[in-house]
Write a protein that binds this ligand. Structure first.
Ligand SMILES: [Zn+2]
Length: 277
């Protein structure tokens, strides 16, 4: 009886913010990371917005609602806020973003057009960027099938997210995804179920597939040698969407995988448990 009381006392002493597994794994509030914010219990699903964009909200452990917020690489460390609508009331919740240092990488590209494109290519790049940005901003109401994502290919990580990149000595956009070393023709599998929302053959990204996993969680797969899906296809978790290649701006065959939440490109390593602070 004494032991039981002791256990009971310990349970009651648990802090209110005691978190579930998903919260503990995904909460990496740094630029290019993810903030998991406790929204508490609510009668219906709360809605949350960050920088005026809708945010992924799930019911964790059947107990409380949490918001899973993507933080763009450009986020300034310090206090950030989300706007929450819950039980017919509105509130603002604050959270802290800490700093993270990303490494630099120097790459030599033989094709000068891929470093300093001519006006015609710049026009094409702008058009393609606008198309891809529209895809990232889609927000479908479906709940992601799984938040702990599967690796899309079985290969070692070859280039981390967030690298500051210098192509032939000139600084360009930081690395927006995660690279896997895999040989040409390796099948690429959907890390969670989803719908194919965009296909393309782009100047930088080569043959590319966008998959919407639901509520703003969107994957992009680049440099494919072959695309095996059509626009609008529904992929099960593990469904093959294409094969590894080296199309677009790539120095050799590999898979580049982007993960986006509320239109913020974030470190995919967080979702496969391989994040290093
Ligand atoms: Zn890459």
């Amino acid at each position: 009886m004494r032991l039981l009381l002791l256990i009971l006392a310990c349970c009651l002493a648990l802090p209110a913010h005691a978190q579930g597994f998903i919260s503990r794994l995904l909460n990496q509030p740094v630029p290019g990371g993810v903030a998991v914010i406790d929204l508490g219990p609510a009668a219906g699903a709360p809605r949350a917005r960050y920088q005026d964009k809708p945010v992924l909200v799930i019911h964790e452990d059947g107990q409380r609602w949490i918001a899973i917020v993507g933080l763009p690489l450009s986020t300034k460390p310090g206090t950030q806020q989300i706007a929450v609508q819950k039980n017919r009331g509105k509130q603002t919740l604050s959270f802290e973003v800490s700093n993270k240092h990303y490494q630099e990488q120097r790459i030599t590209i033989k094709n000068q057009q891929q470093v300093n494109p001519n006006p015609a290519n710049l026009k094409r790049i702008d058009r393609e960027l606008a198309e891809q940005t529209r895809a990232y901003r889609q927000f479908s109401p479906r709940q992601p099938s799984n938040l702990l994502l599967d690796k899309p290919v079985n290969g070692p990580l070859s280039s981390p997210f967030g690298l500051r990149r210098f192509f032939n000595g000139e600084e360009r956009n930081p690395h927006s995804g995660l690279d896997f070393a895999a040989s040409r023709g390796t099948p690429i599998k959907a890390p969670a179920a989803g719908k194919v929302i965009l296909l393309g053959d782009y100047f930088f990204n080569g043959k590319t597939v966008f998959v919407d996993h639901g509520q703003g969680l969107i994957s992009m797969f680049c440099h494919l040698s072959e695309i095996d899906v059509k626009l609008g296809d529904e992929l099960p978790r593990g469904g093959v969407l294409g094969k590894v290649g080296a199309t677009g701006r790539a120095t050799g065959p590999h898979l580049h995988w982007n993960v986006s939440l509320n239109d913020a490109r974030i470190d995919p390593a967080i979702f496969i448990g391989a994040f290093v602070p």
